[in-house]
Design a protein around this ligand. Structure first.
Ligand SMILES: Cc1cc2nc3c(=O)[nH]c(=O)nc-3n(C[C@H](O)[C@H](O)[C@H](O)COP(=O)(O)O)c2cc1C
Ligand SMILES: CC(C)CC(=O)C(=O)O
Length: 410
């Protein structure tokens, strides 16, 4: 019998964690965390895409020692899975990103931190200690603000900047609109407090970043467009509805600038690539790595599932003279999903919502539980499939089913 004393018997799977978390979140938070854009079909397909593949287990391979470690951002980490950057974790639990960082440190897992965190990037890095952190960047049209943030991330010791590239405009999230999403007054978008203070004067700082003043219209249209095609760059206090999206982002103008700001201390990654063409451009523009992502199905609904986009990105990158690492996120809910993504060529996998569910369930302990469940599942899957190290996992371990149920080798 499995050693049950190490487990939370109320929560043995990520699906159970999702249910337990849902009971603990208020409606606005639950809807904001869980929804996808529009009908949510890309969110659903991110998850179901994993069911198109089955594992071909190999036997008699001596799996008495299994090594799940991999090197990411120059650091050897315990599992081939990291914590994806998700905004405003203070909504899930009072300890917010600090609880997540402590869990990451304890289990030696890489953490991505959102620009729009409710704890400052310095405090989060403090909690992470030597554990590697990657800072997710929304590059604002007003570059000076982003430049400051990049310098702060560098000084704090983040290993990489993950530039989010799938948000030229914000996707349409209907529950967020219907709920008239507002950051509760006790929370703040912590990385921009000092900007607000400088602009508005010390006493007005907190007020200047108060998302609770968002209007319904802000939620509907984050581009500032008035329907004429003309738009003004966002101004005033930095809130996610006004500043996260940047329709001017482009390869020529922004990537070289970002590399100059970050190198050599921090790597520059692009998060949100979903095609072979863009993967090749990423290589040409000298980025250090790619995260295949569709923002957890929160941006372009109707986009391919990330697992379906992964093979063309991997193939494109491998065709280049200087291949760069390829990571993937979206829909990962079990260790076997991680195994399948690795088998399709990903070097590493990130997980978003399940971490938020862990946080909502029990703060740091809940995030640890989430990571432990996934980590144990990865190790178990490797053992049962006959793979003793992550580098050995390749497409020979998979078959794919098509719609008619036909099974093919890859
Ligand atoms: C509530 C929520 C907030 C998010 N915030 C950000 C963010 O601030 N920056 C970003 O690049 N991605 C953000 N993401 C996307 C995640 O980084 C990641 O791509 C996605 O969650 C992966 O899908 P999964 O949730 O199915 O694992 C967010 C996702 C969720 C669910
Ligand atoms: C736009 C954000 C600041 C948060 C985000 O990326 C998300 O809600 O998906």
């Amino acid at each position: 019998m499995a050693n049950s004393k190490n487990y939370d018997l109320n929560c043995l799977t990520i699906s159970e964690l999702q249910v337990l978390a849902a009971e603990r979140m208020d409606k606005q938070t639950r809807d904001y965390y869980n929804e996808g854009a529009d009908s949510g079909s890309t969110l659903a397909e991110n998850i179901s895409a994993y069911q198109k593949y089955r594992i071909r287990p190999r036997v008699l391979r001596d799996v008495s020692a299994i090594d799940t470690s991999v090197t990411v951002f120059g650091h050897k980490t315990s599992i081939p899975l990291g914590i994806a950057s998700t905004a405003m974790q203070g909504l899930a639990h009072p300890d917010g990103e600090i609880a997540t960082a402590r869990a990451a440190k304890k289990l030696d897992v890489v953490m991505g931190l959102s620009s729009f965190s409710t704890t400052s990037l310095e405090d989060v890095k403090g909690a992470l200690g030597d554990c590697p952190g990657a800072f997710q960047l929304y590059l604002f049209e007003e570059r000076a603000k982003s430049q400051k943030l990049i310098q702060r991330a560098k000084k704090a010791g983040y290993k990489a900047v993950l530039l989010t590239v799938d948000t030229p405009v914000l996707g349409r999230r209907n529950l967020e609109i219907r709920n008239q999403f507002k950051l509760p007054k006790h929370l703040k978008v912590a990385n921009f407090v000092s900007d607000a203070k400088e602009e508005e004067g010390e006493d007005k700082g907190a007020e200047a970043i108060d998302e609770s003043k968002d209007t319904k219209e802000d939620n509907v249209d984050a581009t500032g467009s008035e329907g004429s095609g003309k738009r003004a760059p966002p101004s005033g206090p930095i809130t996610f509805h006004t500043h996260a999206a940047n329709p001017t982002l482009n390869w020529e103008h922004d990537i070289a600038w970002l590399r100059e700001q970050c190198h050599p201390e921090m790597e520059v990654w692009v998060k949100g690539v979903a095609t072979g063409e863009d993967a090749i451009l990423a290589c040409h523009h000298g980025v250090d790595g790619i995260i295949v992502s569709n923002h957890g199905g929160r941006q372009l609904n109707g986009a391919m599932a990330t697992l379906d986009a992964l093979p063309e990105v991997v193939e494109a990158v491998r065709s280049q003279p200087r291949p760069i690492p390829v990571h993937v996120d979206g829909g990962v809910r079990h260790g076997t999903d991680v195994f399948k993504a690795l088998a399709l060529g990903a070097d590493f996998v990130w997980v978003g919502r399940p971490i938020l569910w862990g946080l909502a369930y029990k703060g740091q302990e809940g995030v640890e539980l989430c990571l432990k469940l996934l980590g144990d599942e990865i190790k178990l899957c490797m053992g049962l499939a006959g793979a003793t190290s992550v580098k050995d996992i390749n497409k020979e371990y998979l078959v794919k089913f098509d719609r008619s149920g036909f099974v093919s080798r890859l």
